[in-house]
Design a protein. Structure first.
Length: 95
């Protein structure tokens, strides 16, 4: 899987459509390490590479898995490890 390098952050992305003043503004976007837009969330739709969008969509599941990994219960950590392997396989197209 080749996604945009991190770290990522939520920020504002200045857009300019058709070089007209009425078509300029700021939109919410996921910005990469170089402050370039990775995923744009604008009135015209969501844009971004398939790999970046898949990674972004998996974020809640990855967060829950990380919380389990940080658990003091070894059974929960073992379950989280298997979940993490499954997430990685799915993102890399192996599932």
């Amino acid at each position: 899987m080749r996604h945009s390098p991190g770290p990522w952050r939520v920020g504002e992305y200045r857009y300019d459509i058709r070089n007209r003043p009425e078509d300029r503004g700021l939109e919410t976007a996921i910005l990469g390490a170089d402050d370039k837009s990775i995923v744009e969330l604008n009135p015209y739709g969501t844009t971004g590479s398939d790999e970046d969008l898949k990674l972004l969509a998996a974020a809640p599941e990855m967060y829950q898995t990380l919380r389990k990994i940080c658990s003091e219960d070894s059974a929960t950590r073992a379950e989280a490890f298997l979940a993490a392997k499954s997430i990685v396989a799915r993102l890399e197209g192996q599932q």
